[in-house]
Design a protein around this ligand. Structure first.
Ligand code: GTP
Ligand code: MG
Length: 220
């Protein structure tokens, strides 16, 4: 079994744990967490559903701004995925927007179990001012970022690769660290790559590591 296959099976064990309105109400800080962030409608909930092979785990909706809480999905006692509230949705009252922003910032700044941030951006509208805000927060606390350029199925392969290269270049110019990949929930482009990144951050023991330690053991 490849590491990616192994990780996708581990992800398929994800179970809804809790929806927390504030940092104080998040689960106890044990183990490792990977959070999914991005503008409303970028495809966070859909990506979580595809990665976990569960159609309805994170509620994906056609109405942006539905996921207003910090949603936790547990793979096991030590490992969690976190679906963060989407930002940038225009039709939400300003007071509500500010409240979400506060909780989001609080979670990103203070959560000790957070190992990495999966930042989703629609391939056709990357690096909005909101996205750059997220990158700034991540940079401030030295948090690793992996960007999924979502809805890659909406462009042909050539233009999609061009867009990917452009985002990598902009990140460098803006002085942000972070890896970037294409992703599509529809065609499953980039599924393995995303799963492997999450596995690394969640410190999932992988089959290839077991093999190499077997080899090391038998070489002795
Ligand atoms: N074509 C295509 N559509 C997608 C893809 N991923 C998500 N969508 C669609 O984009 C819309 C928004 O997806 P969601 O997963 O709900 O987005 P979200 O980021 O969770 O949005 P909020 O919860 O509002 O923050 C839905 O209509 C999805 O079906 C994709 O890879 N390809
Ligand atoms: Mg959502």
């Amino acid at each position: 079994m490849t590491d990616a296959e192994y990780m996708l099976i581990a992800l398929s064990r994800a179970q809804f744990q809790i929806s927390a309105p504030t940092l104080a109400l998040c689960p106890p800080e044990m183990g490792h967490e990977v959070a999914f962030a991005g503008r409303s409608n970028a495809g966070k909930s859909t990506a979580i559903n595809i990665l976990t092979r569960q159609k309805q785990l994170a509620r994906a909706s056609k109405t942006p701004g539905r996921t207003q809480l910090i949603n936790f999905f547990a793979l096991d006692e030590e490992r969690r995925l976190v679906d963060l509230p989407g930002y940038g949705y225009a039709k939400v009252p300003i007071a509500m927007k500010l409240a979400w922003q506060k909780h989001l910032a609080h979670y990103l700044r203070e959560r000790h179990t957070l190992r990495g941030l999966i930042l989703l951006m629609d391939l056709r509208h990357p690096l909005s001012s909101f996205d750059r805000n997220m990158l700034d927060w991540a940079k401030q606390r030295n948090l690793a970022v992996h960007i999924l350029l979502t809805k890659a199925d909406k462009l042909n392969r050539g233009p999609a690769i061009t867009a990917l290269i452009a985002v990598r270049k902009s990140l460098k110019e803006l002085n942000y660290e972070g890896s970037v990949q294409l992703f599509s929930a529809t065609t499953r482009i980039g599924l393995d790559e995303a799963a492997l990144q999450i596995g690394e951050w969640l410190q999932m023991p992988m089959p290839s590591q077991a093999e190499s330690s077997d080899e090391a053991a038998s070489a002795k």
